[in-house]
Design a protein around this ligand. Structure first.
Ligand code: NAD
Ligand code: WQD
Length: 341
């Protein structure tokens, strides 16, 4: 019995594969390397002491996916594979709908046909938009996201609810807040392909001198220091939540519909300036920045109520912002050493 991890060489996927291997799951990865690199597979093996099975192909290639299901007894899936750049999704909507939804549907066709249950989906706090009340719990009304990327997440959730209801299957929709950080070994992290869109990779590259200055997108928001507030969750803590969610689904062998929904965050909000300061203190480095106009589509504040995950998964985030940001800097040093070899 094995768990299919799509996008298992990506940022969150690779950390989760390590946790799955540490928990004695057999892992089969499908990743087309569109946003990762092969050395991540070797590093997973180095960290976990075991090598997952790896297939390098695009999940839209249905016939290859069928062969994976023929070759392995798949007992569940964690589906990380998706395109995730919000700005890019606005200029390439058809490609985003195709990649994020066709790959999901191709896996579900195999699940349906082979009567497999246990599906975990990477959703996002983006499905809440700017919520009216903080912290955001799972009953907070969803708002149709502005970005195509966000819409693919909301549509993915709806597809999975219909799947679970119609075929009596178990699914878990995990709404991540803002994942940050790298593995303590410094051998896994967020790969900076192109100019980073997200805050922490940009901070990291600015401190490393790869970028001249961080642009802070607005300091006129209605928050204490004027910069927007988010809930930054350490990626290893997040990875552990996947194992907990999977174990919960698998503990129940009965054929029935289960739709679990969990917010995965820390429950604590931090502003952009908090992140910059914490990075400087944690790593004893300077981050040059300038205040710019607001970025279109940004919300003011989002942080999670994580009581449900704590209660039902017996999980909570354990790592502070500063500790997480320390691992980011170690990861940058590792990338520097790779580049200089
Ligand atoms: P990532 O880009 O690092 O990982 C995704 C992996 O999937 C990559 O390795 C990529 O090569 C692979 N992939 C993409 N399309 C594929 C396809 N058609 N076939 C095979 N492989 C494919 O992204 P991540 O940050 O690890 O995010 C993982 C999931 O979590 C995504 O679904 C993302 O939307 C979701 N998510 C991410 C964040 C975040 O801020 N990182 C927040 C909320 C939700
Ligand atoms: C955080 C804060 C920016 C970069 C995005 C997606 C969302 C989800 C998480 C996947 C904001 C500010 C950023 C920079 C800055 N992903 N910032 N200068 O916007 O919360 O959400 O990632 O599901 O869908 O939209 O994260 O890291 O881009 O930004 O000032 O160069 O940092 O304005 O306030 P965000 P982020």
């Amino acid at each position: 019995m094995a768990i299919l991890v799509t996008g298992g060489l990506g940022y969150i996927g690779s950390h989760t594969v390590v946790e799955l291997l540490n928990n004695n799951f057999d892992v089969v990865i499908v990743d087309d390397l569109s946003n990762s690199e092969r050395f991540i597979l070797n590093n997973i093996e180095e960290i976990a002491g075991k090598k997952p099975v790896f297939y390098p192909f695009d999940l839209k290639r249905k016939e290859l996916l069928t062969q994976v299901f023929d070759a392995h007894q798949i007992d569940g899936c964690i589906n990380f594979a998706a395109s995730k750049a919000v700005g890019e999704s606005q200029i390439m909507p058809v490609d985003y709908y195709e990649n994020n939804l066709f790959s999901l549907i191709n896996i579900l066709q195999e699940f349906k046909r082979r009567e497999i249950s246990n599906f975990i989906f990477s959703s996002s706090c983006t499905v809440y938009g700017q919520a009216d009340v903080m912290p955001i719990d799972e009953n907070t009304p969803l708002k149709m996201p502005e970005s195509v990327y966000g819409k693919t997440k909301q549509m993915g959730e709806e597809i999975l609810k219909d799947f679970a209801n119609a075929y009596k299957r178990k699914v878990s929709l995990l709404r991540y807040f803002n994942p940050i950080g790298a593995h303590p070994s410094a051998k896994l992290g967020e790969l900076p392909i192109g100019v980073p869109n997200n805050l922490v990779p940009y901070v990291m590259q600015t401190a490393a001198g790869i970028r001249e200055k961080l642009s802070i997108w607005g300091n006129d928001y209605d928050t204490e220091d004027g910069t927007p507030i988010r809930d930054y969750i350490y990626v290893v803590d997040l990875a552990k939540a996947h194992v907990a969610a999977l174990k919960k689904l698998m503990a129940d062998n009965e054929e029935k519909t289960v739709i679990d929904i969990y917010n995965l965050g820390t429950g604590k909000g931090s502003s952009v300036l908090d992140v910059v300061n914490a990075f400087e203190i944690a790593n004893d480095v300077k981050v040059a920045y300038q205040i710019c106009d607001r970025r279109e589509g940004d919300i003011t504040i989002a942080y999670a109520n994580v009581d449900k995950a704590e209660k039902e998964l017996n999980w909570k985030s354990e790592t502070s912002l500063q500790e997480a940001l320390k691992t980011v800097w170690e990861w940058q040093k590792y990338l520097n050493s790779r580049n200089s070899n």
